[in-house]
Design a protein around this ligand. Structure first.
Ligand SMILES: [Zn+2]
Length: 479
């Protein structure tokens, strides 16, 4: 079998790439979304403006969101009505501090009362498993989705990405994993953005072989990938001393990227820059590291971030606490002080890259767990949450792997009626799960509660096999 570096390289010509860039830009202008492209430059200018100017703009946006939420969202009108009197751009942060923390339980219970009486346009539901295995449903409008896309393009531009460049995603693709296939809208979007997906929900020796060939053949300008998938791939490249294409840069997300992982990924791909992005399905990309530092710049035009202790007091730099996210862009279902169930640590001082945003030194407590299939391949945690997050009636779930070929799925139903329905709905999902796990035995049990881990955080995957095995060595045993 040919090794990846023996493949002939096919590089897109600069002319073809620029032509794609023009098509890309035209698509945005013709569909009335030219402001999104202008937004990339405007955001970058503001992130490089003097700190006071960025703070003022961020407070203005926070004030506008709080005012809208208290006036039009029943839950916030009841919880924080009197605070509206004191609300101004100068007091927005102190008013925010007096508002209740929004937990996933509150979202589940108060659900309809969290939706604004004046929703935005083209509203869609987004169901998220989050990182903790507790499905929640959120309503998101077109304005929010556009702001998130602009922000994604901004982070990519930090790597030197230009519109039309080939953008490879080593990413979980539920459409492929669960056999639905990409919809027409997704296909057009990928075509316009010159995006190609390599589905990383399951990683095996054979799959990595295909990815490596693909990367060397197509030579993507930027690679965006799950941290654990990119790390597994990079370990293999270094172990087998493969000569790989050097992209302009790599951006990772969905899981903790430890400094050693960042170094390994960079070394595997010709010492290219590697950025670490932090975000989630329900809120988008909150922060990203830059070329000058490993701390993560917060996108302060889109998010107001707090890191708080157990008494909900702001932690000083260097002290770990719970991350609370206030999303400044969703006026349909405002998320204010949303406890995302990750922990983080503030950095201090300004970054040498010239951007003046607040920076998170490290995200801690985020799980990037996986299960092992019967044939030794790894099934990514995001695939496992995606499998269940649109099943109604689940309050919480947890996978536990105790043997190489046995997985227990514990489910806390919302109530007795849900349990009855789940008994009918779950077998189909369990069959898909058994397929992903290559025939492992899956046992489903209904339980009243799942005890959180010692850190207080609910873990949705407990892999008792992984703790005694080196996950990066699996490809050597997979055959
Ligand atoms: Zn920086």
């Amino acid at each position: 079998m040919a090794t990846p570096h023996q493949k002939k390289h096919v590089t897109a010509s600069p002319f073809a790439s620029r032509l794609r860039g023009i098509c890309f830009g035209s698509y945005y202008w013709l569909t009335g979304r030219g402001h999104m492209l202008r937004g990339i430059d405007r955001s970058e200018q503001l992130y490089r403006a003097p700190r006071a100017m960025l703070e003022m703009e961020s407070r203005r946006r926070l004030c506008r969101l709080l005012s809208h939420a208290i006036a039009t969202v029943p839950y916030y009108r009841d919880m924080a009505g009197p605070l509206r009197r004191d609300l101004s751009e100068d007091t927005a942060i102190s008013v925010l501090g007096q508002m209740p923390v929004l937990t996933k339980d509150v979202i589940r219970c108060e659900h309809k009362r969290l939706v604004s009486e004046e929703p935005g346009k083209k509203v869609r539901w987004n169901t998220s498993g989050g990182s903790t295995g507790e499905p929640i449903r959120l309503m998101q409008d077109c304005h929010m989705r556009q702001e998130l896309t602009t922000n994604q393009l901004l982070f990519l531009s930090w790597l030197g990405y230009r519109l039309g460049d080939l953008h490879l995603l080593v990413w979980g693709a539920p459409a492929v994993t669960f056999e639905r296939g990409f919809g027409l809208h997704d296909l057009i979007y990928q075509r316009v953005h010159n995006q190609v997906y390599l589905n990383c929900y399951t990683i095996s020796d054979d799959v990595m072989e295909i990815w490596l060939r693909f990367i060397n053949t197509r030579q993507p300008v930027v690679i965006e990938g799950y941290a654990d998938a990119m790390y597994a791939l990079s370990r293999r490249i270094l172990e087998e001393q493969l000569q790989m294409h050097r992209p302009r840069g790599i951006i990772t997300s969905a899981g903790v990227l430890l400094p050693t992982m960042m170094d390994t990924i960079s070394a595997a791909f010709g010492r290219c820059p590697v950025l670490n992005r932090y975000g989630s399905r329900e809120v988008g990309d909150v922060a990203c590291s830059c070329l000058a530092s490993r701390s993560l710049h917060v996108s302060e035009l889109l998010y107001h971030i707090e890191i708080v202790d157990e008494n909900e007091r702001e932690c000083p730099p260097g002290v770990e606490g719970d991350i609370l996210v206030t999303l400044l862009t969703n006026f349909t279902m405002p998320l204010i002080r949303y406890r995302i169930e990750d922990r983080g640590i503030w950095d201090e001082g300004l970054c040498s890259c010239g951007r003046t945003t607040r920076r998170i030194a490290a995200i801690t407590g985020r799980q990037s767990d996986y299960l092992l299939a019967a044939n030794g391949s790894r099934v990514n945690g995001t695939a496992l949450t995606t499998l269940l997050y649109d099943v109604p009636g689940i309050r919480r779930f947890q996978y536990r792997q105790t043997h190489p070929d046995r997985v227990k799925l514990s489910v806390v139903p919302l109530d007795a009626r849900s349990q009855e329905q789940l008994s009918k709905d779950l077998p189909v999902r369990v069959k898909r799960l058994a397929g992903l796990l290559r025939g492992s035995t899956v046992e489903v049990v209904f339980v009243d509660e799942i005890v959180p881990s010692a850190s207080g955080k609910h873990r949705y995957i407990i892999n008792e096999i992984a703790s005694t095995t080196n996950p990066t060595a699996h490809h050597q045993h997979a055959r």
